[in-house]
Ligand binder design. Structure first.
Ligand SMILES: Cc1cc2nc3c(=O)[nH]c(=O)nc-3n(C[C@H](O)[C@H](O)[C@H](O)COP(=O)(O)O)c2cc1C
Length: 182
């Protein structure tokens, strides 16, 4: 699981924490290392000192997973910069970690579109790194503040819970087909 938000009280991080409880028994989920400390992409750094340790750690976690769930907010109608920066870094690797990796997307946002524009942009970027992206159902959590418990940040919206369960069940079948384990 990759979370696109770095903030402590993140709704997207809260959704990611809820996923193991909503996933089918065959899916074993764990969080990817944070990309918070990854420097801004600069070819000169890559060229002179190689990939930073944080980038290698992130790439290794992606390589080690059979499939990926990306849960992310939308920033200014698109992919949060820190997440895009991490993708840009690993996209330059010879053994590119997203290649042929089944990926499913989820988003929570404050507004009426629930991060859907970010999802469309992320689909494009992930296609450019040869990921295999799950189609539907989409998980788009609109008006996020109303869907999580104010204090515990537990996902309390039954429609969202049902949709997540449906998506993860479909994603497990999809991912197993893609990686030949189904
Ligand atoms: C820099 C920035 C840009 C944002 N742009 C959008 C946007 O384009 N669309 C949207 O629905 N919400 C936008 N928001 C509001 C986020 O949906 C809201 O802050 C959400 O809670 C962020 O996700 P998180 O709780 O996981 O951190 C933006 C927030 C920030 C901080």
């Amino acid at each position: 699981m990759i979370c696109g938000s770095l903030r402590k009280g993140s709704y997207n991080a809260a959704l990611a924490r809820a996923l193991p409880g909503l996933a089918p028994a065959g899916l074993s989920l764990r969080p990817a290392p944070s990309f918070e400390k990854i420097p801004l992409y600069n070819f000169d750094i890559q060229h002179s000192t190689g990939f930073p340790a944080e980038v290698n750690a992130w790439a290794d976690a992606i390589r080690g997973a059979d499939a990926l769930i990306i849960v992310s907010p939308e920033y200014n109608w698109s992919i949060p910069g820190a997440l895009k920066n991490a993708i840009d870094w690993v996209s330059r690797m010879k053994e590119q970690p997203f290649k042929d990796k089944p990926v499913v997307l989820q988003s929570c946002a404050g507004g009426i579109l629930g991060g859907s524009r970010m999802q469309y942009h992320l689909r494009m970027s992930l296609t450019s790194v040869d990921a295999i992206i799950f189609g539907r159902p989409e998980v788009i959590v609109t008006f996020a503040a109303q869907k999580f418990d104010e204090k515990t940040l537990e996902l309390k919206d039954q429609t969202a819970i049902d949709l997540v369960k449906q998506q993860l069940a479909g994603f497990e079948r999809f991912a197993r087909r893609q990686i030949g384990k189904g």
